[in-house]
Design a protein. Structure first.
Length: 199
């Protein structure tokens, strides 16, 4: 009789253990779903931050209507302090240009020449201030890439408009490549010379 009782108890123990395992697995699934849902909501901007504040997802293209205007104390997309609306017309870029002039000039020897070039550089981007902040954060690496591009320039290139335009494109590419390596995103649309001296 005791053998019969032992045989009957074994299936009950297995059923009880199976229920505990199922409850534990179900609890972990609910907990994982809750954590996953919360992370999704935070990344989608539904949770976190202040009311109305978007979660930063990297650089954002700035529409022309939000362009910063010189002399406007309000900043983006507002009428200037004189009460006049910024002039509008047809054509032009779809996105605003955000400019940043690098503080120090760049000086480099020209390739296969006794001459050197000294340039001041300003950068434009159609993105928000994130790109400019990335340039400032990685200024040493950006400056190095610009100097490398200048060092690959020949004497013939710096004396023609076409050569200078090619140099602008090479410098913009060098900056974008550096920013992509350091930040995962370039964003520089164009480079402008604020000074250009060959000696």
């Amino acid at each position: 009789m005791s053998d019969k009782t032992a045989i009957e108890d074994t299936p009950k123990k297995k059923k009880g253990a199976m229920k505990i395992v199922l409850i534990a697995v179900g609890g972990l699934a609910v907990l994982g779903g809750g954590v996953g849902g919360t992370l999704y909501a935070v990344n989608a901007g539904m949770l976190g931050g202040h009311k109305g504040e978007a979660v930063a997802e990297g650089p954002r293209l700035v529409p022309k209507a939000e362009q910063k205007r010189a002399g406007s104390s309000e900043g983006e997309g507002h009428e200037s302090s004189g009460g006049h609306k910024p002039p509008t017309g047809t054509g032009g870029d779809k996105y605003a240009s955000n400019y940043y002039a690098m503080e120090k000039e760049f000086t480099s020897n020209l390739q296969d020449s006794v001459h050197f070039v000294q340039v001041g550089i300003a950068i434009s981007t159609p993105y928000d201030d994130t790109v400019i902040e990335n340039i400032k954060t990685n200024e040493i690496a950006v400056r190095s890439s610009i100097l490398m591009a200048l060092g690959d320039t020949t004497e013939e290139q710096v004396f023609t408009s076409n050569g200078k335009q090619m140099l602008q494109r090479r410098i913009a590419k060098a900056i974008n490549d550096t920013l992509k390596e350091k930040e995962g995103f370039g964003g520089v649309g164009n480079v402008y010379f604020t000074t250009f001296v060959v000696q």
